[in-house]
Design a protein around this ligand. Structure first.
Ligand SMILES: C[S@@+](CC[C@H](N)C(=O)[O-])C[C@H]1O[C@@H](n2cnc3c(N)ncnc32)[C@H](O)[C@@H]1O
Length: 286
């Protein structure tokens, strides 16, 4: 039986979550003013970094010692300027106290539909200085709070969480390059959300948490992390500022009336805060 808590509010504060009560944090923050999904959302880049800074501090507070925080993020091209989000986010997490552990590159298939075809400039102007590559990559940044005590996990829990080494090898989890197909923007439950594919939380949750532990996603969107946590017998906490996503999250997790494909005793608790829809940014959600 697993327990899931959805908090509708601003992740800059995680007031409902106790110190050192979370075993893994995994999230994909909004991409700074991304042309497709978050156009003009923040007044400026500093305001965006400020949100990441508060979240990093809160994640450090709620995460148990030795545990992992994972950010799926990438540099963002906005109106012709590239913002170095990966390096700034890394600095923000290191300044919050984390050790920088690894960077995985996520490669999307060649035909990825959403990228702006910047490379077309070269076809129209086949001369030096007109080179603007199309981006098929995102970063998966892995941070750690101190060092993990491997002996702290009971033997039965360790065995129940064992990783299938065939899957690990066949799907090349062992490399710093992960090839994963992205979610298409018009998919039923992810429309306008910039969701990541289930494969991403699937790998991270298997690699960095044990059965029965608690996984946190502070920018939970359509609830992909919570769904996969439930499937893998982990508890979850999701924070989402946009209240209108509640039905989508419930449906994705299998908590709407019609579908109940997993253990009926699993619980979803929903907390709606007063700061819901206040994103400390330009556009508010109503
Ligand atoms: C990139 S999406 C996450 C998508 C998610 N990984 C999924 O698979 O559906 C980022 C989400 O963060 C939410 N968000 C933006 N600012 C927030 C904040 N300050 N606190 C909580 N959620 C926020 C947005 O509404 C959006 O749903």
């Amino acid at each position: 039986m697993s327990h899931h808590k959805l908090i509708i509010g601003n992740a800059m504060s995680m007031q409902e979550i106790e110190n050192e009560s979370v075993h893994l944090m995994l999230t994909s923050p909004p991409y700074f003013n991304a042309p497709f999904d978050y156009k003009d959302q923040y007044h400026n880049y500093d305001q965006y970094l400020n949100v990441l800074e508060s979240v990093a501090k809160e994640v450090y507070r709620v995460l148990k010692d030795g545990r992992i925080a994972v950010l799926n993020i990438d540099d963002m091209l906005v109106n012709g300027d590239k913002f170095p989000i990966v390096s700034h986010a890394t600095k923000i997490f290191v300044d919050a106290g984390f050790r920088y552990r690894d960077r995985i590159i996520w490669e999307k298939p060649d035909g990825y539909l959403r990228i702006s075809r910047r490379s077309g400039v070269m076809l129209q102007n086949p001369y030096p200085m007109y080179f603007y590559p199309d981006n098929l990559l995102e970063s998966i940044l892995i941070f750690q709070k101190g060092k993990f005590d491997y002996k702290s996990i009971p033997k039965d829990v360790r065995e129940a969480s064992k990783i299938d080494t065939k899957e690990f090898s066949d799907n090349k989890w062992y490399m710093t390059l992960w090839e994963m197909t992205n979610v298409l923007p018009n998919s039923e439950l992810e429309k306008d959300i910039a969701a990541f594919p289930q494969e991403l939380p699937y790998r991270i949750i298997k690699l960095f948490s044990y059965v029965g532990e608690t996984v946190l996603d502070p920018f939970v969107g359509s609830g992909t992390t919570m769904k996969v946590a439930r499937n893998l017998n982990r508890n979850s906490i999701g924070i989402e500022i946009n209240e209108t996503l509640i039905p989508i999250i419930k449906k994705k997790m299998g908590f709407d009336e019609q579908i109940s494909f997993l253990d009926k005793d699993d619980k979803l608790e929903i907390i709606i805060r007063n700061d819901k829809n206040e994103c400390h940014c330009k556009n508010q959600w109503n």
